[in-house]
Ligand binder design. Structure first.
Ligand SMILES: Cc1cc2nc3c(=O)[nH]c(=O)nc-3n(C[C@H](O)[C@H](O)[C@H](O)COP(=O)(O)O)c2cc1C
Length: 195
């Protein structure tokens, strides 16, 4: 059974990133009814700042969140664009994730921004760190502007269609890569410090 996990990288109450992540997950589920979908919304969990401890040593939701990420087979990651990049809260989560949890797995990406100015943020900021994890990144990503949504709904048909294509592509790539060789691991694998 394939588990597709959405990660919504916004802390904003009433924000729209969760909406677009959900739309991509729903499209994937419609495309492949036998998969399981789940979502980690960073508004709903308390995650410590990463300080290099092993995951189980954090006192809040951090270990459970990392376990859910470890157990998933594929991901849809959505992030607001902040300062021309992805959010700090998403970076903190990525800092926590053991490289083995993401290695060789498939991810599709969504940027959610106010304007088109930072269209390349997903390619230039988020993709490199996920490439470091040796993830398989769906080549096409979705970039949503504020004026393509209203009242918590996607109002632009093209955005809806792109989210559908992303959800379907993540599942297709995940299934086609099953058990395929991953190539060499990332160079930097270091032990976590016990507190
Ligand atoms: C701190 C901060 C920085 C932002 N920086 C950018 C930016 O560099 N480029 C941009 O297009 N939008 C920027 N925005 C707008 C958000 O990306 C946009 O409102 C997005 O839809 C927020 O998603 P959310 O509703 O899920 O939080 C910024 C918003 C905040 C709060």
């Amino acid at each position: 059974m394939t588990t597709l996990l959405g990660i919504s990288g916004s802390l904003t109450a009433g924000g729209s990133t969760r909406t677009v992540v959900d739309a991509a997950l729903a499209a994937a589920q419609a495309h492949a009814p036998d998969i399981t979908t789940d979502v980690i919304d960073l508004r709903d969990v308390t995650i410590s700042f990463c300080d290099g401890r092993p995951p189980e040593d954090y006192p809040d939701d951090t270990p459970q969140v990392l376990a859910r990420i470890q157990d998933a087979d594929a991901y849809i990651i959505g992030t607001p664009i902040y300062r021309g990049s992805y959010t700090g809260t998403l970076k903190n989560l990525l800092d926590h994730i053991p490289v083995e949890a993401f290695m060789g797995k498939v991810v599709g990406l969504i940027g959610n921004a106010y304007t088109d100015h930072h269209y390349l943020s997903i390619d230039q900021e988020l993709k490199p760190v996920l490439a470091w994890f040796n993830m398989h990144i769906v080549p096409g990503s979705v970039y949503v502007r504020a004026d393509q949504m209203k009242g918590g709904e996607i109002t632009d048909e093209r955005v809806r269609d792109h989210l559908r294509q992303l959800g379907e592509a993540v599942i297709s790539l995940c299934h086609s890569l099953k058990d395929s060789p991953q190539g060499p691991p990332p160079l930097v694998l270091w032990p976590r410090k016990k507190s």
